[in-house]
Design a protein around this ligand. Structure first.
Ligand SMILES: Nc1ncnc2c1ncn2[C@@H]1O[C@H](COP(=O)(O)OP(=O)(O)O)[C@@H](O)[C@H]1O
Ligand SMILES: [Mg+2]
Length: 266
């Protein structure tokens, strides 16, 4: 699929957090970023460098202190209002670091939530949710509530929920952080599948550079000094990610040969 004009664009985005005593914490400093529709963008970088802040700003759940954010060329509001709520509800699907599953709903009901909330009928919503949960290896956990699921299982339910939603911008904050290598590959396959199916764009924060290089169409590193394009991997989401990637050792990282890129978990 050819990459199209930017779905999201950040122009000079700075985010500061006021500190009671002393200078503000600068989480992002004048970030410029364009995310073309159809991209699978990987964001890497050490902890505390603003990756989650960047994702939250793209999601419209946090706002820049300075700078502007555009979605399909239209500037997003910089405060909580009806328009930003509509943006979040219609266009964005999020996998947070804190998973935000609804505790009294089971796995299937949690994963079906985006469609149910949009007014889709129950059986269609459940069928979509079931397919995504099963593809992520949760066929036997469908009726379990979050309290009865392991950390990795809860993470997969949250991912299935994001996959079930048909919002075009999918934002995922370290979604494979607590998953084993095989499940991480399944998750990346699922994200890549969304892009191949068309109409979706994925921005993924990850510490797993090996997976990012295997799946992402572009990788940028987020540091306090700004964003740096690490690698433009390819212009298309991988067609045969599973066949090409699963079970294979990924190539060594030219930037840092000692970097344990296939590390899973953080
Ligand atoms: N709500 C907040 N209040 C104050 N400081 C914050 C808040 N959220 C994040 N920060 C600070 O902003 C910086 C970037 O945080 P974050 O975006 O979570 O980084 P990352 O996701 O790369 O680990 C860190 O120094 C963090 O302590
Ligand atoms: Mg973070």
């Amino acid at each position: 699929m050819e990459l199209r004009k930017p779905l999201v664009r950040l122009a000079g985005v700075t985010r500061e957090y006021a500190e009671r005593n002393g200078p503000p914490i600068v989480a992002l400093d004048g970030v410029d970023l364009e995310v073309p529709a159809g991209e699978f963008l990987g964001i890497i970088g050490p902890s505390g460098q603003g990756k989650s802040t960047l994702l939250n700003i793209m999601a419209g759940i946090d706002f820049p202190s300075r700078g502007r954010v555009f979605f399909r060329g239209t500037e997003l509001p910089q405060e909580e209002n009806e328009r930003i709520r509509e943006y979040r509800a219609r266009h964005v699907s999020l996998v947070f670091q804190e998973l935000n599953l609804v505790s009294h709903l089971n796995a299937l009901q949690n994963a079906a939530l985006p469609l149910v909330c949009r007014g889709e009928d129950n059986s269609t919503s459940i069928a979509h949710a079931r397919a995504h949960l099963e593809s992520l290896g949760l066929a036997r956990e469908l009726t379990r509530k979050p309290a009865k699921l392991s950390g990795g299982q809860k993470q997969r339910v949250a991912i299935a929920r994001a996959l079930t939603s048909d919002a075009e911008l999918v934002l995922a904050d370290e979604p494979t952080g607590s998953l084993d290598p095989k499940t991480s590959v399944d998750v990346m396959d699922a994200f890549a599948g969304l892009i191949r199916a068309g109409g979706r764009t994925v921005v993924l924060v990850t510490h797993n550079e090996g997976l990012a290089e295997r799946y992402c169409t572009r990788i940028v590193e987020c540091t306090t000094a700004g964003l740096r394009e690490v690698r433009r991997v390819r212009t298309e989401a991988p067609e045969r990610a599973v066949a090409a990637g699963r079970g294979k050792k990924s190539p060594r990282n030219p930037r840092n040969p000692r970097n344990p890129r296939d590390k899973v978990g953080s």
